[in-house]
Design a protein. Sequence first.
Length: 121
Amino acid sequence: MNLSLRTIIIPVAFFIGLGAVVAHVAAQPAEQVIKVTAKKFDYTPSQITLKKGVPVVLEFTSTDVVMGFNASDFGARTDIIPGKTTRVRIVPDKVGTFTFFCDIFCGSGHEDMAGTITIIE
């Protein structure tokens, strides 16, 4: 049997590369899911703590009227429609405490509908 160096190196390089890809995918943090309920004039929870670099999906539901969610520090914005689950994915890239708020007028008390996202290392 006469095997050339090319016949051996190419498959070995392929499997080494495949192993690196698998290791990279496995090393990424798992996506966290946090359920948030919006109702006049409150988010529950209103204080959310996340880790920097860990992806999170915020799953919103509204119990009464159309609400908004705006976390401009993360470029995240959505409408929250009663009877429907709305998902927003963010990957926190900075440490600190940031405000989110309802940006759709939902009645008297709307101006106080806000919460905080705290990002830790």
